[in-house]
Write a protein that binds this ligand. Sequence first.
Ligand SMILES: Cc1ncc(COP(=O)(O)O)c(C=O)c1O
Length: 263
Amino acid sequence: MTDIFAKYAGLKAAAAGLTAHSPRNPFGVVIDHPVSATVGLIEGRETLLFGTNNYLGLSQSKAAADAAIETVRREGVGTTGSRIANGTFALHRKLEMRLAEVFRRRHCMIFSTGYQANLGAISALAGKDDVLLLDADSHASIYDASRLGYAQVIRFRHNDPTDLDRRLARLKDHQGAKLVVVEGIYSMTGNVAPMREFAEVKKKHGAYLLADEAHSFGVLGENGRGVAERDGCEDDVDFVVGTFSKSLARLAVIACPISTVWS
Ligand SMILES: Cc1ncc(COP(=O)(O)O)c(C=O)c1O
């Protein structure tokens, strides 16, 4: 019988090497109790948390906690069904409409997480005759989405509109739609996308642009709508994905792709 875990032997050895001389496993840190937005109790010690995405410090907001408790008391703790069966509450629709208004879009669809928002939006938008052009440093959810939709996938150099321009030019005779996917702020490096330049390139080639503003939502732009707002090119971004799990500290336990596709 083939050992189903054998393929992970190398990974296991690498992880063991990393943790051999460390008092604790950096991949398995447990926060016993959050003390504040920036401090957690870890092994009995108050420890500064540098790894969170709690950009606005809302995770410990009393107003948010009170609102969440009140809503749970009124609505219960779950829908116990998928959205198309029996899982959409009036409150979900209200939230979608409110988000669409805030982002000045015609429609919005909420998912349980930002990961699912990317899976749902990208795999539905880019079908088998289409081409997906992904920034090389895209988040795992974007790569996973690209495997679900059967579209041809082309990577362009990270944050490089000139490389995107070149690759789109080579597709000039391609009949299918072209969807370019970039992030507002890249989670691992903090790099900010040159959104206006990407928007110019996509317009030049008749492509669509999806911006994942997961890390810029609530942080950049006068109204917190992200890099596209900051750069004044929101009208040229066709689809926006956001998540409530970063700056909004998952206040409403949802994420939202906000787009015009469901018009
Ligand atoms: C760019 C980007 N998109 C999407 C996600 C997924 O969001 P969530 O954690 O809500 O699933 C993340 C989370 O790390 C992210 O960094």
